[in-house]
Design a protein around this ligand. Structure first.
Ligand code: NAP
Length: 289
């Protein structure tokens, strides 16, 4: 069967890249999964060579500098990957009529709201990672690649990384006590759900001016609540304790939940609640043990 389109996935060894790979067999596309060691998006010469050679129809940019704490000291590197490389990709895609799907973050907001952020809310990042991602969005919007979108997501987890969820699971399994901040409220996103959403909506995106959408699992939670739920669902006996400080030395938004209604209505997507998706994740996790 003829494959419908050629799709490049940058940063293919990250959580989202690997989740797309896991779900990709359900779709009739030619996927090119490029991890950083095969395609460094911050090397514009190599990037151009690769894009010229393969003639992609769609690029899903999963590559990013995602270490929020280290971004404060590795400023040049994080800006290069999250901002300048995105500018290069957006300009190339505009000139060559390639669809670009770029992933951004809840951290473009300052966290001063009390109800979920919508796409039109004003950006005001409060840490350097958030600033670079916001600048990446701005440059993407400036170049206006056709049929392209930015998807902001938040609190992403998967089996592929020692993320917040897997750290809690690990502690519960080892009966260790857990100290968790009460200072962060947001929306949890199962990377597999986001991967499916991207692959599902990709052929339906038709625009001249790029658009922004939010996607996270529905509902709002605190990190403390998530830790308590994992402990309960795994029948753990860890003691989960409050900590009134944020994790790490970097300032993070106190409230960064995203409202995903625009995307769900526009593309008729049914969204799992964060707890339902977490339960499915934990069941699969236990089956893998
Ligand atoms: N994780 C979250 O909680 C979260 C929340 C909101 C938004 N997001 C956004 O969602 C997207 C996917 O996040 P994720 O959790 O999948 O991140 P991730 O697991 O850190 O994956 C990012 C991937 O990009 C690669 N990469 C870094 N620099 C690169 C470069 N110069 N060229 C090519 N690849 C490069 C990384 O490789 P190395 O690991 O080898 O550097 C990694 O494999 C990102 O845009 C992120 O900003 C994530």
């Amino acid at each position: 069967m003829v494959k419908e389109r050629n799709i490049l996935i940058t940063g293919a060894n990250g959580q989202l890249g690997r989740s797309i790979k896991k779900n990709s067999s359900n779709y009739n596309y030619n996927f090119f999964f490029m991890p950083k060691d095969k395609l460094d998006i911050s090397n514009s010469l190599d990037l151009k060579k690769c894009l010229d050679k393969f003639k992609f129809d769609t690029i899903i940019n999963c590559a990013a500098y995602t270490n929020v704490n280290k971004a404060e000291t590795e400023k040049k590197k994080s800006k290069l990957i999250n901002h300048e490389a995105v500018g290069f990709l957006a300009k190339y895609c505009y000139r060559n009529e390639i669809q670009l799907i770029h992933i951004s973050t809840d951290y473009v907001f300052d966290g001063k709201k009390f109800f979920p952020y919508v796409e039109s809310d004003k950006k005001n990042a409060i840490n350097y990672y958030g600033i670079t991602k916001a600048e990446g969005e701005n440059i993407f919007l400036k170049y206006k690649p056709k049929n392209s979108i930015i998807i902001r997501t938040s609190w992403l987890y998967s089996e592929y990384n020692y993320n917040f969820i897997n750290q809690i699971i690990d502690k519960v399994k080892k009966n260790k006590n857990i100290e968790i901040t009460t200072e962060e409220t947001g929306s949890l996103t199962n990377a597999s759900d986001l991967a499916n959403v991207i692959l599902e909506i990709m052929p339906k995106i038709k625009n001249k001016e790029p658009e922004i959408y939010h996607f996270s699992n529905s509902g709002i939670c605190t990190r403390f609540e998530i830790a308590c739920k994992i402990n309960e669902l795994l029948n753990g006996s860890s003691k989960v304790e409050y900590n009134f400080k944020s994790d790490g030395n970097v300032v993070r938004p106190k409230f960064s939940a995203l409202d995903s209604n625009k995307l769900c209505h526009r593309f008729s997507i049914s969204n799992n609640n964060w707890l339902e998706s977490l339960k499915i994740y934990l069941e699969n996790y236990q089956n893998c043990l």
